[in-house]
Write a protein that binds this ligand. Sequence first.
Ligand code: ZN
Length: 163
Amino acid sequence: MDDINQDPGFAEGVGQLESALNTGDDIRETDIVFDCPYCGHGLVIDNRGAGLVIACASCGKPVQVPIPDGMDISDLDQGPENLQLQVRTLRNALLKAENRERELQKLLSGLTERRATLERARTNQLRRLGDLRQACERVQQQITEASVMMNRIFEMLQAELSQ
Ligand SMILES: [Zn+2]
């Protein structure tokens, strides 16, 4: 895909979208209020946006603006300008999704690194435990040898005294 940031129409489209997406408190009677089906974020858009696909202001996924009951779709201004806005909106959503994917990839490689570090630490601890066990066995062996030698000395002393 071409770098859409270089597209002079792109920034304009985003600007139009941001003004179309009314996120303030001043909800007008003509506004359509609905929740994003993906993230549940409350969205408010002018009723001229009914039926259009817009990017959710929160998660960036493309969502279709519901058409209110009793609204005649043929009344809607679906001229080339709106279709162009829709295309730009979808490109914006795609860009956000790509950014999200990059973030997740970064997160994944971070976790993979962390896992490798923990794996190394575990291996080191197991090795240290093995070393400790060997040291204990050596000490045990030396105690046994010393005890055998002491018994021998004791027996020699006893034999000498009984003569
Ligand atoms: Zn959303």
